[in-house]
Design a protein around this ligand. Sequence first.
Ligand SMILES: [Zn+2]
Length: 232
Amino acid sequence: MKSLSFDLAQACRDVEDRLVPRLPLSLLERAVYYHLLRHSHLESRRRLALSMARLGRTARVSGAAARIAVHSLAQKGALRVVGVSKRGHVLELRLPGQILDAGGAPPPPKPDLDSLNFFEERELRWAIHRRDAGRCFYCRRKLNARSRMLDHVQPQAVLRCKRGGMRRMHSYRNLVSCCPACNYGKRESPAPAFLRKLYRSGHLDREEFSERLRALRSLALGKLRPVLDAPM
Ligand SMILES: [Zn+2]
């Protein structure tokens, strides 16, 4: 058996007592960190290569959720993505003492949300629903897990014809939580026109109509960012 090059008991104490509160680490990030520690430093190696899909299976989450956790750990200085090999991402894990010696608490991470497909990954779809706080983005009706749907604000048919449209289509800037009636009612129509229709039919009052138009602008500007590291 290979000898340990570090004090495992001290490392665990440092993770629980110092890293978790200082970085801070979510439950998933903590699980991923321990998994990587097990397969790197506990095998007397600093680096390991693995795919995000495999890491996700191990942690019982999707590959997307694993990727987000690794990205966040890198932002927090807990690991470094060295490169990509045939086996997947090559990661260099830092021990708790190294992270703490380096300052330990860098600015809170800002995931690159624009690179993520929020439509096809279940956890990311949930992040959109969480952001919209259980209400239809258009008519403000209360939603539950059964009645909520995702709607493309700019219709897919429109974006397919535009340069860069495929990337914008499933962006958090183009997806909202909505009720089935609005999802079917809006179809391919522009969102402002659909909001006007709701206003004229009495589903929105004047104030709500104006507020929804402002929300649409905020959405397009990327101001309505979903939170990714909340429990999923
Ligand atoms: Zn609605």
